[in-house]
Design a protein around this ligand. Structure first.
Ligand SMILES: [Zn+2]
Length: 371
């Protein structure tokens, strides 16, 4: 999550043009055309390592998430609960913590939200990805949701609290977000732990032992280093962007602070991990981040750039749908299909597109999840 929860509804789902895959399949079946059927078969499954679809700007019940996933062939979606949402607010420059949680509040908030999400999945018969076999089932054609949390704040510093979240299906955990945490330092404020705390290191170990994918997004560089020192399985940086030396908490805007250094991106990759590129669409795109609102083509170009930096086996989509508020380049999965189309127009090799679209997230999930 990047920008303010501003209360505006930016559902482009109802009015944006959508590709008519179902229509094409129907026509192919009707005509028995040998020319159209393979195109349908070639549709690449999609995976998204970071999505708040239906959780921030849309109303969950009528968000259309399940329909969109099925229509667009989303196989794996990290559906991300913002653990500290009630304690943060948007500013003209980014996001900041504005009050302290009371004891027990973070845990109660998390479980209430998680229960809502689980209800939605049950109502819409979306598969919850819990095991390696579930990943395979989703790659075979089922729409799958990986329950994810942005921030381990709900643990309230107690690793033992991970168990209850795991039992409810949590399988992807981002260690830090925007509020002060005993876990470690995050990119947008002055560091206080010099990286990950002892609790943070033990949390990485606990996730590895239990079967929860560790997500390092928002961590400071030293916190990434500490996590990689103890991690026994590949990690992800689910969303953000990669640039030079990385961001600094004193940078003027949140999106600048959220840069991951090229060196850290390569270090995550060298250990088998994956970096997700966010679909931020700046109203005034610049030299550093040249992606404007709804500009799926520019986002596709940034994907190609990141592949050039760290290799096709280490790049994935991490759209941050709804997390970027009105500043989106991708706001539903029809848009992500457009990104695939652009990559094909750019003559990106099919194997590279496959890795970015789904293979990489599937690989790290299978390395992390229980068998
Ligand atoms: Zn975020």
């Amino acid at each position: 999550m990047l920008t303010a929860v501003d209360g505006q509804s930016h559902s482009a789902l109802g009015n944006a043009p959508r590709r008519r895959f179902l229509g094409r399949a129907f026509c192919a079946a009707l005509l028995g055309s040998p020319h159209l059927a393979p195109a349908q078969q070639l549709r690449v499954p999609l995976a998204d390592m970071h999505s708040h679809f239906g959780l921030i700007t849309r109303r969950l019940a009528d968000s259309g998430l399940a329909e969109d996933m099925r229509e667009q062939g989303v196989a794996l979606l990290a559906w991300t609960l913002v653990s500290d949402a009630r304690w943060i607010r948007g500013t003209p420059f980014g996001i900041e913590q504005f009050r302290e949680p009371q004891p027990g509040e973070l845990g109660r908030y998390f479980h209430a939200r998680l229960d809502l999400m689980r209800n939605y999945l049950a109502t819409h018969k979306l598969k919850t990805v819990l095991t390696v076999a579930d990943v395979d089932a989703c790659l075979a054609g089922e729409a799958g949701v990986v329950l994810a949390a942005e921030g381990a704040d709900f643990l309230e510093g107690h690793i033992g609290n991970l168990e209850a979240a795991f039992d409810k299906g949590l399988r992807h955990l981002q260690l830090v977000h925007y509020i002060r945490t005993p876990v470690g330092d995050f990119q947008t404020v002055a560091p206080v732990h010099n990286g990950l705390s002892e609790t943070g290191r033990r949390l990485v170990e606990a996730c590895n032992a239990r079967g929860v994918l560790v997500d390092l997004a928002h961590c400071t560089g030293p916190a990434v280093d500490h996590a990689l020192e103890v991690a026994k399985r590949p990690t992800v940086w689910s969303h953000g962007w990669v640039d030079g030396e990385g961001g600094d908490w004193r940078d003027p805007y949140g999106f600048l602070r959220r840069r991951l250094s090229i060196a850290h991106a390569r270090k995550i990759a060298a250990r088998g991990g994956v970096v997700g590129l966010w679909a931020l669409g700046l109203s005034r795109p610049g030299r550093l981040w040249p992606v404007g609102p709804a500009d799926t083509r520019a986002y596709a170009r940034e994907i190609v750039k990141l592949v050039g930096m760290i290799g096709a086996e280490h790049v994935a989509f991490g759209t941050d749908i709804e997390g970027v508020g009105p500043n989106w380049a991708v706001n539903h999965y029809g848009h992500l299909r457009n990104v695939i189309d652009h990559l094909q127009e750019f003559k990106v090799a099919a194997s590279v597109i496959e890795h970015v679209a789904w293979r990489n997230y599937a690989r790290v999930l299978k390395a992390a999840l229980p068998g």
